[in-house]
Structures are given as C-alpha cells and as structure tokens.
Write a protein that binds this ligand. Structure first.
Ligand code: ARG
Length: 397
C-alpha cells in the first residue's frame, strides 16, 4: 500500500508516519505544503526521511494561497461569526488539493492526515479530498481512529526506536500567512486572560511605538494592490501588513467559536494583515455601493464565511456566491487611509472614482438640497403605508 501523508513535522504526523510504515506496512510519501507557516518548516524534510518516508514533497503554495484564497476572502469581508478571519479554514482546501495532486501523480492507494476527531479540520480535509479523489482513495486519520494522545504518540515513537521531542508544547498552534491560532492549555478556561506568551505576531499595545502608523491601501475591483502607493504582490502585501501592523499591537482576537462538530471552543488568534485589509475593504464598499447592494453584500459575506468555515469550499453554492461577490466588487476600487495606534485601528480616509459620496450634495450652505416642500411631501408619501396601517388597526380594535 502506498500512502500520501500530509506531514507537518510535528509529533502527531511524525507518529502517523511511523505507524503507517511499521504497523500498516505502507510506503509513505510525505507532503508539506508551505502556506506561510514560517517557523514550522525548518527541518521537516530531514525528519520525514529520518522516520522512513520514501519521498518528500515540499510544495510552495504561498502565492496561490494569497491570490486565490486570501484575497477572495478580503472581497468577501470574511470573518466567521464576525470574528475569525478563517486562516486555517482557508488553507485546508488548498492543502487537500495539493495532496490530491500527489496522490494521482504517485498512484497512491490512500491519503492520511493528522486531524483529531474533535476539530473542524477533519471535516475540511475529508470533504475536499473526497470531492477530488472519490471513494476509491481511502482516507486514513489515525489520530481520530486511535484517539492518539501525546503520551501514546511518544510511546509509539520510542517503541520503534525514534527520538521523541523533548519540549512539551503548552498550546496547540496553527500558523499560515493569514493567521496564527492558539488553542488549549490555560486558554481552555474562558475566563482566563490569554497570557502574553501566547502572542508572537503582535506587540502588547503598551509596548507599541508612540508614533501612530499611517498606511494607504489601494484596491482594484476589491483586490488589494498597493501599500502607500507601491505595487506589491499578494504575499508581500500580507507579510508587510502582518509585521507593520502587528508591531503596533493590532490584530489580536479572543472569542468563543462555534465548531462544525457540535462544540464551542475558546480561540485566540493573531491576524494583523487580515483584519486590516478586511476593515479597509469594508469601508471602501460603504463608500461605493448603494445601500441595497451593501446589505445584500453583507448577507452574501456571512454565507461565504460559513461555507468556508464548514469545509464547503467545493459547494456549488459557493461559486454562485463568488460570482455575485465579484460582480459587486467591480466598483470597489480606490484608496483607504488607515491609522494604527497602540493596538487600535481606525479608518481615517477613503477615496474612489466610484464614490457615491458627494461633498456637494451633503453641504448645507453651498450644496444642492431639495426645496423644503419636496422633502415634506416625500416624508408624507414615504410613511403613508405605516400611517394607514396604524389608523386602520386602531379603528378596528
Ligand atoms: N478554530 C480554528 C478553525 O477551526 C483554528 C484551528 C487551528 N488548529 C489549532 N491547532 N490551533 O479554523
């Protein structure tokens, strides 16, 4: 049997690699997809070969991730439950598609991942893999199957004569270009404030510079294109914003999240670039869209985020929503001025060739304003349905 394993280099997937080889007798091809999880990538390939992988693939998918997953998420103002920018959820279908490519290339019989039975990631991986590979390629999820705990994993590695990591990880962390998520440990108490040690991308606001950071973000048809007037590619925009905005203490999220699998969990995230781009994009939409378009867009946005969170990236419903979101984003072109100061972000300016805001119309002295009589007549007609209903009902009760 030949198995393609999604390999991170961590304890769980290392144990799975050994289990698959030693206990299933499988040939294991490992795949690590680079979606920007910088520090976790070091030494992964060596570890894979040390544990007996027959071949290792390191696939750089950062550009594809930013271009085809993160920027569409900006267009959709994607915040699950109004809070979580979906970093992990967006990466899963991309990783699954890379796994599927390797499965087909290698002619493998099965694909394995290290997701637990309590999380959302198993849902996202399984759905995408089945959509791409059908039911002939088996999905193996040993952590879910055997309820692999840390202690069990260490025991399995030791039993087969492999070195066991000495550092005890206090938290479960998942990182990519879009967000860094931290779960577990003391965070499981929802009343406990996250200790400073859980944060790596953001400075505590008290240590942020005394000078505010001003940034101008340029959008074209809803897609971020420039920072302070300079053209940048998507990965560069995200990385630059993460480091600049994070150093000013903005980008932390702490909330109780509704998982797909029937539980609530306490999640802590850092996502400076994601939150900044989404706030700026939302504000530009407020300027260029009619009230009706804006309200429809907010509904579509919420549906888009739910689908992505729930692992339904491949749902045909999502492609209909994508088309509508793209169509509305045609006018979301312009520049947004953002100020970040001591952990807070505010939008302080915006301009667009499609702006529906008119200084001329809004100005009381110089601007055009209807004849007061026209306004009076409008208000009467505008509220006539309500007044008729109230009157009729008063009479009949
Ligand atoms: N709760 C988030 C999600 O379901 C992030 C999970 C990431 N995993 C982790 N071990 N921190 O998308």
């Amino acid at each position: 049997m030949k198995v393609v394993l999604a390999y991170s280099g961590g304890l769980d997937t290392s144990t799975i690699l050994v289990l698959l080889r030693e206990e299933y007798g499988a040939e294991v091809v490992t795949v690590t997809v680079d979606v920007g999880q910088e520090e976790e990538l070091e030494g992964v390939e060596e570890r894979a070969y040390e544990l007996g992988a027959s071949k290792h693939y390191l696939i750089d998918a950062k550009d594809e991730f930013a271009r085809n997953y993160l920027f569409p998420a900006v267009k959709a103002n994607a915040l699950y439950e109004g809070k979580y920018p979906l970093g992990t959820a967006l990466a899963r279908p991309l990783i699954a598609s890379k796994l599927a490519e390797v499965v087909l290339k290698e002619g493998a019989d099965a694909v394995a991942h290290g997701c637990t039975g309590k999380g959302n990631d198993q849902v996202r991986f399984d759905i995408t893999l089945r959509a791409l590979l059908g039911d002939d390629v088996k999905i193996i999820a040993p952590v879910r199957e055997y309820n692999l705990t840390r202690a069990k994993s260490m025991e399995i590695l030791a039993r087969h004569g492999y070195s066991v990591p000495s550092i005890h990880k206090k938290y479960s962390v998942d990182e990519n270009l879009w967000s860094r998520s931290v779960e577990g440990g003391v965070l499981d108490d929802p009343m406990a404030e996250p200790p400073e040690e859980v944060f790596q991308w953001t400075k505590p606001p008290s240590e942020a510079p005394d000078e505010p950071l001003y940034l101008e973000i340029g959008f074209e048809e809803g897609v971020p294109k420039t920072l302070d007037g300079v053209d940048m590619d998507p990965v560069e925009i995200v990385k630059t914003l993460n480091s600049l905005v994070g150093s000013h203490g903005y980008g932390r999220i702490d909330y109780i999240e509704s998982r797909v699998v029937g539980l609530k969990s306490r999640e802590v995230y850092e996502a400076p670039a994601a939150l900044t781009l989404i706030e700026a994009h939302k504000e530009l939409e407020r300027m260029v869209l009619t009230p009706g378009e804006l309200r429809l867009k907010w509904m579509l946005d919420a549906m888009w985020s739910d689908l992505v969170y729930q692992g339904l990236w491949i749902d045909p419903l999502k492609s209909h929503i994508d088309k509508a979101i793209d169509s509305i984003n045609k006018y979301v072109t312009g520049t947004v001025r953002v100020k970040v100061y001591k952990g807070g972000l505010s939008i302080v300016g915006r301009e667009s060739p499609y702006s529906l805001y008119s200084e001329k119309l809004i100005d009381y002295d110089k601007g055009w304003y209807p004849d007061p009589k026209e306004a009076e007549g409008f208000i009467k007609l505008y509220s006539q349905h309500q007044l008729t209903a109230l009157k009729t009902r008063r009479k009949n009760t």
